[in-house]
Design a protein around this ligand. Structure first.
Ligand SMILES: Nc1ncnc2c1ncn2[C@@H]1O[C@H](COP(=O)(O)OP(=O)(O)OP(=O)(O)O)[C@@H](O)[C@H]1O
Ligand SMILES: [Mg+2]
Length: 569
């Protein structure tokens, strides 16, 4: 008895069918997912000329009988679902019975397969809709699907393909994603006969990280995991210093399926809010697992999109799990799930591109990163002095702590501001003598439209004529630091907001600006009391180790590092 059946018409009509073959990488994805669905342990992907000339996926999965091999090429024939209800309980990557037939329609395909128990395998060729075979052939267990001359019969599509290098990088990316989600399978990607990527079987996810994302990322990511009733969220969050210029470092999976999902990306970005430089994106690998009934994967033919039954719950769970691990990053042991319970001043802050004079290798840092109670930190940590009127030096339990006074104070102020802002409004301080400001027309208009928000941010502003306004109070944290100048800068920024701005990040950047202006600057003397106070305040922060733009606020040199540097060991 074969496993593949034609889907009844009423199910076909429920399937988000359509074009799935956009480029060589789409073929690679479909064939590799088929191989995974067949229970393969080893999957070899060979491509030539960026996939244009040849794509071959060889697996050691369950294989097909000759009848199944023929049926597999028919549109809407699948072994993965049978009836409509099955669409709500999908546990395989494929389910539409469409991929092979669509690929066969735009290429010259050859399939060789043998099922366990069968003496011989079969070979089927299909080109321009014409099937040749099946012919008996000797072959190992499993299936190999070969796709030659993709789009040979659709010149328009061929024209849209990018350079070999680009197409190849898409293929590499797809395999990296699939490999991240399937660490129990061995993947090998060959290009023009050369091994390009190798993913041996791994017992856990963390070992795949460096293989898929590169060494630096692999060493600077932190494990997180949490679950509420039905939603399980786990993965690795890159430390903020790993940021990238685009979102391609954010890898999202739903039930092991790689997806592109705005809700999830947004949740990840929300978790990194105020931790990254402007327009930068984190590196994150996120797995969301939930019962198949809670997520619809039948949204788009390419299966890149999903719909959650309870998207709000998913969003909240993702934000809170990623945020929680970030709050603890400096204390975490990289790549491990364990972390100390205490929220204390970071034992160490490590990043590969830390400026000199002290540079350690990240591997060394790992051992110091974790001792939960290693560093008893502390407001009482003796203050040793200020370096270049910019850095504060403290002696800690097991070494030295260096603080960038501006970055640290910025972090402290930002957290205070955010708290006040979300609770209602930032504390203002009335000016003894209200000050009059004159603005350009667009600025005046923007100010009138945002009086309320300015008020929430601690600026009480009142129109008093064409383009003039009274400023009656200013935020307390700015009162001693040229508040009017900051106000004007903020108004300039507001007047440049377009129609489709992201309000939240726009306000974030205003609040960041306030924190920056309100914070003590570099090159300013600080008394020991002020320095100690700053350390104490920093310690209370949720994200003590980073300024709002993603720069480090503090770093640490342990005694053993000192010993090493002085050659005492
Ligand atoms: N590598 C393979 N090993 C074993 N069986 C396979 C393999 N590739 C395809 N098949 C069989 O062929 C059928 C059709 O494959 P096809 O990819 O066209 O559809 P699908 O995987 O069921 O759904 P989708 O169109 O969503 O991918 C599958 O249901 C499966 O039974
Ligand atoms: Mg398939």
């Amino acid at each position: 008895m074969g496993k593949i059946k034609a889907l009844p018409p009423e199910v076909v009509s429920k399937i988000a069918a359509g074009e799935v073959v956009e480029r060589p990488a789409s073929v690679v994805k479909e064939l590799t997912e088929n191989a995974l669905d067949a229970g393969s342990k080893n999957i070899r992907i060979e491509v030539q000329a960026g996939g244009r000339k040849l794509i071959r996926v060889i697996d050691d999965g369950e294989g097909m009988t000759p009848e199944d091999a023929l049926l597999a090429l028919q549109r809407y024939s699948t072994s993965k679902i049978e009836k409509e209800e099955d669409l709500f309980a999908i546990h395989t990557f494929g389910f539409r019975g469409e991929a092979l037939s669509s690929i066969a329609a735009v290429s010259k395909m050859k399939m060789v397969t043998r099922k366990e128990g069968e003496l011989a395998g079969v070979e089927i060729k299909i080109e321009g809709g014409l099937i040749q075979g099946p012919e008996a052939t000797g072959c190992p267990l499993g299936t190999s699907v070969q796709v030659r001359d993709l789009f040979y019969n659709i010149p328009a599509r061929l024209k849209f393909l990018k350079t070999q290098g680009t197409e190849l990088s898409h293929i590499g990316e797809v395999i990296a994603k699939i490999a991240l989600a399937n660490s129990q399978t061995h993947f090998q990607l060959y290009h023009d006969g050369k091994l390009l990527a190798n993913y041996p079987v791994r017992q856990d996810l963390s070992s795949r990280l460096a293989e898929a994302l590169g060494q630096e990322a692999g060493e600077n990511m932190y494990f997180f995991q949490s679950r509420s009733k039905e939603i399980e969220v786990e993965g690795y969050a890159g430390e903020p210093g790993l940021n990238r210029p685009n979102a391609r470092g954010i890898y999202l999976f739903v039930n092991r399926r790689p997806v592109r999902d705005r809700l999830l990306s947004h949740a990840v970005m929300e978790a990194y809010r105020n931790l990254l430089p402007k327009d930068r994106y984190p590196v994150v690998v996120l797995f969301v697992n939930l019962p198949p009934s809670e997520v619809d994967v039948n949204v788009h033919p390419s299966k890149w999109e999903v719909k959650f039954a309870d998207s709000e719950a998913v969003y909240r769970r993702v934000v809170s799990s990623v945020r929680e691990v970030l709050e603890r990053t400096p204390w975490l042991q990289k790549g491990r799930g364990k972390f100390p319970e205490l929220k204390e001043i970071p034992g160490v802050y490590m990043k590969t591109d830390l400026e000199k004079p002290y540079h350690f290798k990240p591997q060394e840092a790992i051992q110091f990163a974790s001792p939960p109670s290693g560093l008893k930190p502390t407001p009482q940590a003796p203050f040793l002095g200020q370096v270049d009127k910019t850095y504060l030096l403290f002696e800690s339990f097991d070494g030295l702590i260096l603080i960038d006074q501006h970055a640290a104070h910025e972090r402290v102020l930002l957290e205070r501001i955010l708290e006040e802002f979300s609770a209602g409004s930032i504390q203002g301080q009335p000016l003894l003598f209200p000050e009059m400001i004159e603005l350009s027309f667009p600025e005046a208009k923007a100010t009138e439209e945002h009086l309320l928000e300015l008020g929430k941010m601690g600026f009480e502003v009142e129109p008093c004529g064409d383009r003039t306004f009274w400023v009656k109070s200013v935020p307390q944290i700015l009162s001693a630091r040229e508040p009017i100048r900051t106000l004007k800068e903020m108004i300039q920024q507001i007047s440049s907001w377009g129609k489709n701005i992201d309000l939240q990040s726009s306000f974030d950047s205003l609040l960041q600006m306030m924190a920056c202006r309100g914070a003590i600057q570099a090159s300013q003397p600080m008394s020991p009391e002020e320095a100690k106070e700053l350390l104490a305040e920093l310690q209370k922060c949720s994200f003590p180790s980073r300024c709002p733009h993603g720069r480090p606020t503090l770093l640490k040199i342990t005694l053993s590092e000192l010993e090493k540097m002085f050659g005492r060991k």
